[in-house]
Design a binder for this molecule. Sequence first.
Ligand code: HEM
Length: 334
Amino acid sequence: MATSVLCCRAFALTMACLLLAVPSLVAQDPSSLSLQYYSKTCPNVEHIVRTEMECAVRADTRNAALMLRLHFHDCFVEGCDGSVLLDDTATMIGEKQADQNVNSLKGFELVDKIKEKLEAECPGAVSCADLLAIAARDAVVLVGGPYWDVPVGRLDAKKASLDLANRDIPTAQQGLLTLISKFWEKGLDATDMVALVGSHTIGFARCENFRDRIYGDFEMTSKYNPASQTYLSKLKEICPLDGGDNNISAMDSHTSAIFDNAYYETLIKGEGLLNSDQEMWSSVVGYSTADTVNKYWADPAAFFKQFSDSMVKMGNITNPAGGEVRKNCRFVNT
Ligand code: HEM
């Protein structure tokens, strides 16, 4: 603990960030994202986020999964605009209360911590949406995954949308065609989807999200293989038919703290933890997604390349309504 606190304070910033006067609400065009966006206003932004992420992931590798999922849930609701980070107010119930987020999405304190560091060095410069995009990339790298350059310049939304979060974020119970269409609506194709869902190589799911699966077709998809049956018995201990809704299990049962391609092997063995995971391989309409799963298991470099490209593509979904650079990621500026 002491080491982690110390190392979080240990970075030395060599250049002062300039204060950028950002209009209170400006429109957002995806082409406005660039790699140089903060070169004058916060040249150390990447270093600041990276330092905090290193500390957080060293303290607990789960933090990598939390940040990656936050970015995904941000981007799927009216673009990557930090809307997922907004707290409820007297007049607005935010996305944190959405079915897929409540009791599930975590990492908000880590976001606050990174934001504090950014505000200390570059007040009013770096958006919460960009913070998430950079932190998600660092999260992946820090647990062994690929690096990609993150285009930046996103703006933070002035409002959240509970209804759109409930509508647009995919769920574990949805079938392949619904999942494909949910990604399609965001400009992402089935290949992007199979690559991006490879994120489940890290992190955990709660029993309430995999109960249907383990008491459903798990035995059939894993072909009653004795090793799979042993794994299934363990899952049923963690997740009984009644109760234990918040008990957790890794989605990649072999290397849940390492970003690798082992998740795809679990699908090929028919041992995907979520119904939605297994759909990528076992759905009767999923010839092309099954081929992609095979490819990423056979060729980790191909998976890393497509994952990086698809993360940039997902990260480039902007909110055309534009926004501001929030001072505190939990609240719009007053
Ligand atoms: C087919 C689409 C997807 C569905 C249905 C889905 C569903 C889920 C569910 C149900 C969980 C467990 C949540 C809980 O039990 O509390 C989860 C966890 C996770 N998801 Fe997804 N997901 C999808 C795609 C993605 C994508 C595209 C990413 C990132 C780019 C992602 C990243 C993660 C991560 C890292 C976790 C682990 C979080 C943790 O450890 O707390 N998922 N997902």
